[in-house]
Design a protein around this ligand. Sequence first.
Ligand SMILES: Nc1nc2c(c(=O)[nH]1)N=C([C@H](O)[C@H](O)COP(=O)(O)OP(=O)(O)OP(=O)(O)O)CN2
Ligand SMILES: [Zn+2]
Length: 117
Amino acid sequence: MIISKQFIFDAAHFLPNVPDGHKCKNIHGHTYHLTVLIDGPLQENLGWVIDYGDLKKAIAPVIEQVDHQLLNNIPGLENPTSEMLVVWIWQQIKPVLPLLKRLELYETPTSGVIYEG
Ligand SMILES: Nc1nc2c(c(=O)[nH]1)N=C([C@H](O)[C@H](O)COP(=O)(O)OP(=O)(O)OP(=O)(O)O)CN2
Ligand SMILES: [Zn+2]
């Protein structure tokens, strides 16, 4: 069974490697939507895979690092495309949540990335 929880954070970024004149060379902000999907067995007595609250506690330290920050200032996110950011998030979450199955990260309502490690 796969369960999911969504996290929303705001951050600024610019993309340093795009050509001059590209709109994303300018600093701008997004309200990111991150969905974390966990694949695991149903615990029969509890009737759930894992507690959504425990999921929230596990993800909170990652969200705290990026919320209301300029992503480019964070080590490893010097070129903070959606693709680079989702890998950076995965690398922190997977060790603490081995059942992590998939991340979905949207930086606008129409632009996002899906990553499964
Ligand atoms: N493959 C990628 N392409 C782009 C990324 C990215 O991370 N990966 N990022 C950007 C910019 O961050 C930009 O802010 C988002 O681009 P875009 O979807 O074009 O944003 P719009 O709001 O203009 O999109 P609409 O089409 O108006 O919804 C660019 N490309
Ligand atoms: Zn952007």
